[in-house]
Design a protein around this ligand. Structure first.
Ligand SMILES: [Cu+2]
Length: 184
């Protein structure tokens, strides 16, 4: 008889921020946003496992690399981490050498010869490759870049997991907020 819960709640509603209708609108908006988030996460998770398996195996990449005074063609080689890289190196004019920083590769390439250099791109990052045989005035500038991209599918998986955690925290926070307002 002294406990008057409904009346108390009515008083709170009257003093609350905004009308109950506005609060309902906000809640619906939050619900929609959460629904969209769930959908995106589900799509990510559905797409990710198959791609992950493929990336882990690595692909074989056969790349033709031509050395000539004083450049490499192509000057930038892009592979994914885990790829098995087969470089088919050719010297177009004089004897050149290929040295790849960070991969400990050093080979001499004579004109008219195709040298196959095989390695697994197990270290991500940007590595300079350069000519290892003095071939003329601008020999020190005969450089290129090997770009080993990190496992993008792994990154996507990590991002998906992060989104899932963030979403769960958001829901917990929302529910906590709701129960607090119900109690008061
Ligand atoms: Cu050279």
């Amino acid at each position: 008889m002294t406990r008057n819960q409904p009346a108390k709640e009515n008083v709170w509603r009257g003093n609350g921020f905004g009308s109950p209708a506005a609060a309902g609108g906000r809640r619906r908006l939050a619900g929609t946003a959460f629904g969209v988030f769930c959908l995106l996460t589900a799509m990510l998770l559905a797409w990710q496992p198959a791609a992950f398996g493929q990336a882990r195996e690595g692909r074989e990449r056969v790349i033709d690399l031509v050395g000539r005074r004083f450049e490499w063609d192509p000057g930038v080689i892009e592979v994914n981490r885990g790829d098995r890289v087969v470089l088919r190196v050719r010297a177009e004019d004089v004897t050149h050498g290929l040295y790849i920083d960070g991969y400990g590769i050093r080979e001499e390439i004579f004109p008219g010869q195709v040298k196959e250099i095989t390695f697994t791109a197990d270290r991500p990052g940007r590595f300079m490759f350069r000519c290892a045989v003095t071939c003329g005035t601008f020999h020190p500038y005969m450089t290129g870049w090997l770009r080993v991209k990190p496992n993008t599918n792994f990154a996507a998986g990590a991002a998906g997991a992060g989104l899932l955690v963030a979403g769960s925290l958001a829901v917990l926070h929302r529910n906590k907020g709701r129960s607090t307002s119900d109690v008061h």
